[in-house]
Design a protein around this ligand. Structure first.
Ligand SMILES: Cc1cc2nc3c(=O)[nH]c(=O)nc-3n(C[C@H](O)[C@H](O)[C@H](O)COP(=O)(O)OP(=O)(O)OC[C@H]3O[C@@H](n4cnc5c(N)ncnc54)[C@H](O)[C@@H]3O)c2cc1C
Length: 447
């Protein structure tokens, strides 16, 4: 075994692990004491990029977006990359297509939740009666204590507060599914209400949409390189066991049979990997890890011979709700502006059994409905990227009962988008979990 007993090992180089390492260094831990272990050939975990062989395009595994409230993630990018690669809208603005026309969901510079009222009053995808009902649910959400709602579905909460099927489908579910990767019937009202409180209802600033202007993989690689430049060792390897004695963590065993001595381990792997690596009884709420299921996200890339889309982003209710991004423009490629589109469909369970051609055809037809030139031209290239294990599904009863960063083993901490941060499974939650884990390790004298 390598002798480095003072070492802190962070397992998993997704954004939770990167954040944990960064916050250890911010707390004064010398980089040389920290080892970041990653089993995959790339860093960034579930936020990665790849070059498509056929087209040569750099694609993300899924088009990610942020909101203005994602302050920890944005700060991390500012601190660890040359150019953080996110452009925030000055005010939320999403053109939404249905029934042959676009209506926008927009913010105004007014205190929350009034910032959304002017656009929702004009939102013609729901009846006037429906529009008037939206405020009822918004105020109920602001007054609610999310912890009291976890056992109920988001739909049950909305119905209790006067929301009809059309308002749920054309307002709450469109936005809620994008944030929580689950439809209103399937997700915890507690986590949904908490997310709307944080991200949408408190005012225009937190609800601004943040669009990535660089491939995710570049951002993750640059962030990790900046940690390496501060002395952190990054090693390829799969942890198979965190080993402990009565005094606490002693080492991490790797799949190749070697062991790395450690005084402290921050385990930043996806929720379904945690139990296999830990001794029995190491963490509270371990049953949660077994119960939490994944919810898939589908991403379809379409390239057109001519410009078909003028906006940065637009939404439609086709295929259960989809967001269309002008990827060419976002990446600053003038040749592909309005021609290379990325379409994201969250909570995509319904398409598990579809083949890629079927999915691409259906998405292309939906995009053709939104943009007449797309219909006339037809896509010249299509790519379907299926992510079956995108995020955990925050089912009723699970959303707010996640494990925390501390464990029962001295020297072992947990990080990941599934850890109890009060955020849904997302980049911001991942980064916050890493920050919390590093802070706990510091508080306990390990950092
Ligand atoms: C298609 C898609 C779209 C998404 N859209 C958005 C979005 O718009 N906005 C948003 O905020 N979030 C979005 N997310 C969610 C976001 O990507 C994740 O919440 C976030 O990346 C999770 O980070 P993490 O560090 O917790 O976990 P991960 O990124 O999964 O990182 C865990 C790391 O641990 C490594 N690992 C696992 N086991 C071991 C082991 N035994 N030994 C060593 N290493 C190990 C893995 O290889 C991985 O690199 C999306 C996710 C997907 C898939």
């Amino acid at each position: 075994m390598e002798q480095a007993r003072d070492r802190i090992i962070v397992v998993g180089a997704g954004f939770a692990g990167v954040s944990a390492v960064h916050h250890l260094l911010c707390a004064g831990v010398p980089g040389e004491r920290v080892l970041l272990l990653e089993r995959a050939p790339h860093v960034g975990g579930r936020a990665f990029s790849f070059v498509d062989r056929e087209s040569g395009h750099v694609l993300d595994n899924g088009q990610h977006v942020l909101l203005g409230c994602c302050t920890s993630f944005t700060r991390l990018l500012h601190q660890l990359t040359r150019h953080p690669g996110v452009r925030f809208q000055p005010l939320l603005s999403i053109p939404v297509y249905a029934h042959g026309r676009f209506c926008s969901i927009e913010s105004r510079r007014l205190p929350g939740p009034l910032h959304l009222v002017p656009s929702l009053l004009r939102y013609a995808h729901v009846s006037l009666d429906g529009r008037l009902r939206i405020a009822q649910a918004a105020f109920a959400m602001l007054a609610a204590r999310p912890g009291d709602l976890d056992a109920h579905s988001f739909r049950a909460f909305l119905e209790r507060h006067g929301q009809t099927d059309e308002v749920i489908r054309f307002v709450w579910d469109l936005v809620g599914t994008a944030i929580l990767n689950g439809h209103a019937d399937d997700i915890s009202a507690g986590l949904a209400v908490e997310s709307f409180q944080i991200g949408f209802l408190r005012g225009p600033e937190p609800s601004r949409l943040g669009l990535f202007t660089r491939p995710l993989g570049d951002l993750a690689a640059e962030a990790v390189a900046s940690l390496q430049a501060r002395g952190v060792e990054v090693r390829r390897g799969r942890a198979v066991r965190v080993v402990a004695d009565e005094a606490g963590v002693t080492s991490v065993r790797l799949a190749d049979g070697s062991s790395l001595a450690a005084r402290c381990v921050i385990l930043a792997v996806p929720h379904d990997q945690v139990r296999s690596v830990l001794p029995d009884g190491a963490i509270d709420r371990a049953a949660w890890l077994g119960r939490a299921r994944y919810s898939p996200i589908l991403n379809v890339y379409l390239e057109y011979p001519r410009t078909v889309m003028d906006a940065d982003v637009a939404a439609s209710f086709a295929m259960g709700g989809m967001f269309v991004f002008n990827r060419g423009r976002l990446l600053g490629d003038a040749q592909l502006d309005g021609r290379l589109l990325s379409i994201s469909i969250s909570a995509a369970d319904a398409y598990r059994s579809w083949d890629a051609d079927e999915i691409a055809r259906e998405v292309e037809a939906a995009v053709g409905e939104m943009f007449p030139t797309a219909r006339e031209e037809g896509a010249s290239w299509r790519k379907v990227v299926w992510q079956p294990k995108a995020t955990f599904l925050a089912e009723p009863g699970l959303g707010l009962k996640r494990p925390g960063v501390r464990s029962r083993l001295r020297g072992l901490y947990l990080a990941g988008d599934w850890v109890d941060t009060g955020w849904p499974a997302c980049l911001e939650g991942a980064v916050r979990s890493g920050e919390l884990a590093a802070a706990a390790a510091r508080e306990d004298g390990f950092a």
